[in-house]
Design a binder for this molecule. Structure first.
Ligand SMILES: [Zn+2]
Length: 638
């Protein structure tokens, strides 16, 4: 991997404009619930298995940073990492969000090459997105087509879906023909490849040509959290057709088990009420929204997965699983417990069959008073563990000691199979305690049984599963970079002996050196190297993460106090000089032969000139920045 600045010292104009028009709190707040804490916001980090809010979002610096896993950067970095987007894709997304037009791609490329321009995989993603968007438009048009949409419209009406819901969920239809979409694609002169990759077209068995995958179906576009269509669900219109529901295949864009239908429409209400309702199908989710329960989403033909729970728990505290009938109940309870062990979210099970003979929420909500019954069912949702415990109670009956021990053993096996080891210690202890109460078996005996199972299965403990710790501690020189990012005015205090401590060549290859280079390039450009400015010239999320970590670690150690920061700077300067003397580099540096870069002008990669001219530059900067109000009392002679 090669690192380079986005361009030679100057800001990437588009990037600046996009970031200026973007509020990082809102961008990140769309994906996780943020709570205000002083001047910052905190939330659960989506980049590691976070159980306490470790992610900070700092509006006045327009950055985010996780103290647990170290991920950090600006809004672009967040979008690139969260949505696995390339730089350009993330720029386009934020630009569109902010209503900004980017410079045309060819022009931009010629004037300022963007490093890490997405490779083949990314091009593939954007092509898939474009194909899905084209298909979604086509399906919408078909639903309104006098002839080809008639049967679908009749089904929509029969199912009681209101025009508002049909529009809000962008429902469409595929015509009853083999080449409806195909002909549209051909008439637009588009390539069929991305449509095949997205599962919208299928290749004929003969290998020559292709045909529509969705024929004569009511189409439900499936969106990601950004509102882009990533897949389609198709419900049959003719009851003779099989299967009843047909989904797009999984692709680079679409991971079925990590997607929730309707999340884009429901996210706001889920964050507001801190509760999500999870239904079993599209129709149920839409019926809920139509009845005003707008925090409803649906899983895609699966039980709630751990991935689903992970997305939801960043938005809310409680997830209510809405099930139609008893049959699936016990199984559902087991799956819910499994999720509950893995993710710290309060999962509840609401069983429709306990309160009504309506076969699903859709049917219930079409009835008089249906909404009140649904609200009641949701309010009475139970802890899935209670369902499992109820079964234990049944099986215990009037059994003797050995029978009770056997039931306990079997139950522990079941829980271990569901991932009890993933649950935190408090949850494990609560379970042991309740099991002891129900069965009358000693707490100690149950704990012993549990430990024996764990040892037998060699299951890693919760600690072993914990997020990786922050990387190695910062060196004295790295601290210096962090200090400068917090207050570029510190550069004023550098003496002649000290200034080489910030020489990019003195940092280990990789992100650290690139951050030092970015700082140097900004100084040469007469721009104070604040964290924000440095992020402005670094496009690579890995480099941004490094710069953010440096700034935040120093900020944390000094409590954002100017005096403490100044002391920290002086102490680390002394340490860095000490390290230098010990390693003998100071001598080598003094030798005239050491001239790794003999130009006194900045070169194309933004590398600093050699020590002497660099010092001159720094002195110039010092004079120019003398009026900077952030400058701290000067330690060294000017
Ligand atoms: Zn993290």
């Amino acid at each position: 991997m090669t690192f380079s600045l986005s361009n030679t010292g100057a800001f990437n104009d588009d990037k600046r404009r996009v970031l200026d028009a973007t509020d990082i709190v809102r961008v990140i707040g769309d994906h996780l619930a943020l709570k205000q804490k002083g001047r910052e916001y905190v939330g659960l980090c989506p980049f590691h298995d976070d159980h306490t809010p470790s992610m900070s979002v700092v509006p006045h610096k327009q950055i985010f940073h996780c103290f647990s896993c170290g991920t950090g950067g600006d809004a672009l970095s967040f979008v690139m990492k969260y949505h696995k987007m390339g730089f350009r894709e993330a720029m386009e997304h934020l630009a569109e969000r902010a209503g900004i037009k980017l410079a045309p791609r060819s022009e931009r490329r010629a004037s300022s090459p963007i490093p890490h321009e997405p490779g083949a995989a990314i091009v593939e993603r954007s092509a898939l997105i474009a194909a899905n968007a084209t298909a979604a438009t086509f399906f919408r048009a078909i639903l309104n087509h006098p002839e080809h949409g008639a049967a679908a419209r009749a089904l929509v009406e029969r199912r009681g879906i209101s025009p508002e819901m049909a529009a809000g969920f962008e429902i469409g239809a595929s015509p009853d023909m083999w080449d409806g979409l195909l002909r549209t694609i051909q008439s637009k002169g588009m390539e069929t490849t991305p449509f095949r990759a997205a599962g919208l077209l299928k290749t004929r068995d003969t290998g020559a040509g292709c045909y529509d995958s969705f024929r004569n179906r009511l189409i439900f576009p499936i969106h990601d959290q950004l509102g882009r269509v990533i897949a389609f669900g198709g419900r049959r219109i003719d009851d003779e057709d099989e299967p009843k529901y047909l989904n797009s295949p999984e692709s680079e864009l679409f991971n079925k088990s990590a997607t929730l239908y309707g999340l884009q429409q429901a996210a706001q209400e889920i964050r507001r009420t801190r509760r999500a309702i999870v239904c079993e199908g599209y129709m149920d989710a839409i019926a809920c929204h139509q009845a005003g329960v707008t925090s409803a989403v649906a899983t895609l033909g699966t039980a709630l997965t751990i991935d689903n729970a992970r997305i939801l728990r960043r938005l809310c505290d409680r997830v209510v699983l809405l099930f139609d009938g008893d049959a699936a109940g016990q199984k559902a309870a087991e799956r819910a417990v499994e999720v509950f062990f893995a993710e710290p979210v309060d999962v509840r099970i609401a069983m429709l069959s306990a309160a009504t003979d309506a076969k699903d929420p859709d049917e219930l909500l079409k009835r008089e008073g249906g909404r009140a019954i649904l609200d009641d069912v949701i309010a009475k949702a139970v802890d899935p563990l209670d369902l499992l415990f109820a079964r234990v109670r049944d099986r215990i009956g009037d059994q003797g000691v050995s029978g009770r021990s056997r039931v306990v053993g079997e139950f522990l096996d079941q829980l271990t199979g569901l991932g009890l080891h993933r649950a935190d210690t408090i949850r494990q202890q609560l379970i042991v305690k309740r099991l002891a109460q129900i069965t009358g078996v000693e707490w100690g005996a149950i704990t012993g049984e549990l430990q024996a199972r764990r040892a037998r299965r060699r299951i890693p403990s919760a600690q072993e599963n914990a997020a990786p710790l922050r990387s190695v501690p910062l060196t004295a020189r790295e601290h210096l970079l962090g200090c400068v990012l917090n207050d570029p005015g510190l550069l004023h205090s550098l003496t002649e002996d000290q200034s080489p401590m910030l020489d990019p060549e003195g940092y280990s290859d990789g992100p650290m050196q690139e951050v030092a280079r970015a700082i140097a390039a900004l100084v040469v450009d007469e721009h104070p190297p604040t964290l924000e400015a440095v992020l402005g010239v670094l496009d690579d999320p890995e480099l941004q993460q490094c710069a953010t970590r440096l700034a935040r670690e120093v900020e944390r150690m000094t409590g954002a106090d100017a005096d403490l920061l100044h002391h920290h700077w002086r102490d680390r300067l002394r340490d860095a000089l000490g390290d230098e003397v010990r390693s003998g580099r100071a001598l080598a540096r003094a030798a005239p032969s050491r001239s790794h870069n003999d130009s006194s002008e900045k070169n194309a990669t933004g590398t600093m000139p050699d020590s002497l001219s660099r010092l001159t530059t720094l002195r110039d900067v010092r004079q120019r920045m003398g009026t900077d109000t952030r400058a701290v009392p000067r330690a060294g002679p000017v």
